[in-house]
Design a protein around this ligand. Structure first.
Ligand code: GRG
Length: 386
């Protein structure tokens, strides 16, 4: 399948406009995770070669304002609860802008270490959820701050190793199904602690990851998912003028928005652009990137761009919303898969995946931190080999 080239300008404009979309339903659905969104957008902008698009000082001040002085961690938005997921994003943003001196890093380290449990796992926040994602977040954060040794590293590694399955993949906790997202986190945690070869059979896991590629070139997140079965989704609900999220569907109101959002998040049988990142980064770390067919995957990602002449999303959204779409807002960005609406999460992971595939003109990305390679080189953290 052929594909259009990467439209750098459209994606830069799309990210730059995100902060102006405060009347959009999507904005408020993700209001608790704004810091993640800024990390995704900022990193994509750096990789696209447009690092000065956002106002540096405003972004840094927002990050500082998300710091929770009670715990020492960062919340996803001002006044919210601190969590490891947002703390990593905050540290990544500050590191990218070379502004780590703007926070009390000792207190951040204290916060991260306070979340480690006796068995080595990390909980995400004070409410106690345990997940191998949080092991990665904690270790990445401490490493970026030059303080990995402040936590119990052998115990952290031990927990991650206990998440490994017979198929070579990793799950969220010991015994949980292998999933590409968790594979990224566990491979990352082991790479951060220089323990890949002690605990991973590169060929075994490389094979599992390479098998994620489907006939259309895209990757899925776990085995036994077919490539071509969309569920029928016709909800007989009255139309709503603000229907944007539910764009490709004929009936839409708030309930339809929510159903559509949930179902879109859960169409696991279709490949998704973000797995280009979760799988490719792990394959790069394992030195098995060449086990993926690069061109069909690049085309899958490029076809998921929302471009100005993408009649599919524009026409269906127009029909539903009953109002003209604002050009500046409704093109640019990359969707989870071709034909869907774009978002900043898939824009980053699409661009970062293309960067790993050496798409011309993109800045190189560090496969371990998902940050511009120039930044991790400046911090002395970029690795030649894992
Ligand atoms: C610094 C890049 C970076 C990340 C920080 C939070 C984190 C560490 C990593 C998240 C890894 C992860 C679990 C990604 C998966 C995201 C995703 C698309 C989940 C969908 O899961 P399901 O079960 O769908 O809804 P599948 O496709 O698995 O059936």
């Amino acid at each position: 399948m052929s594909a259009p080239p990467l439209n750098v300008k459209a994606h830069v404009d799309f990210i730059a406009a995100l902060d102006k979309k405060k009347n959009d339903y999507e904005y408020w659905l993700t209001e608790q995770a704004v810091l993640n969104g800024i990390y995704w957008g900022l990193t994509a902008l750096f990789l696209l070669g447009a690092p000065d698009t956002l106002v540096r000082e405003d972004v840094i001040q927002f990050v500082v304002d998300c710091w929770d002085s009670k715990t020492g961690g960062f919340a996803g938005n001002i006044g919210h609860d601190a969590h490891l997921l947002y703390t990593l994003s905050a540290i990544q943003i500050l590191a990218t802008y070379d502004a780590l001196d703007r926070v009390d890093t000792d207190r951040v380290v204290e916060y991260v270490c306070s979340l480690q449990l006796p068995g080595g796992a990390f909980q995400g926040d004070r409410f106690g959820e345990v997940d191998s994602r949080f092991s990665f977040c904690a270790l990445a954060c401490l490493t970026l701050l030059g303080k990995q040794d402040s936590c119990d590293v052998p115990a952290a590694v031990d927990f991650v190793v206990r998440c490994k399955n017979f198929d070579g993949g990793f799950g969220s906790v010991p015994g949980a199904e292998s999933h590409a997202g968790q594979v990224f986190c566990c491979v990352g945690a082991l790479a951060l602690t220089n323990s890949i070869d002690k605990h991973i059979d590169r060929d075994h896991l490389g094979w599992w990851l390479a098998e994620r590629q489907l006939p259309n070139g895209g990757l899925n997140g776990r085995p036994e998912k077919l490539a071509d079965a969309r569920p029928p989704l016709m909800l007989p609900l009255p139309a709503c003028p603000s229907a944007r999220l539910a764009a490709p569907f004929p009936h839409a109101d708030t309930r339809a928005h929510v159903c559509t959002f949930v179902l879109r998040m859960r169409r696991p049988w279709l490949p998704q652009v973000c797995y280009s990142w979760w799988c490719l980064s792990a394959l790069t770390i394992l030195d098995r990137l060449h086990w993926i067919s690069a061109e069909p995957l690049s085309n899958f990602i490029l076809n998921a761009q929302a471009l100005e002449d993408d009649q599919y999303s524009r026409e269906s959204a127009n029909k539903l919303s009953g109002q003209a779409l604002d050009d500046a807002q409704d093109h640019g960005g990359i969707a989870d898969r071709p034909g869907d609406r774009p978002d900043v999460f898939h824009t980053l992971f699409g661009v970062a995946g293309l960067s790993l595939l050496k798409y011309p003109g993109l800045e190189p990305v560090d496969p371990l931190f998902c940050m511009p390679l120039k930044v991790t080189q400046r911090l002395g953290l970029a690795k030649e080999k894992y």
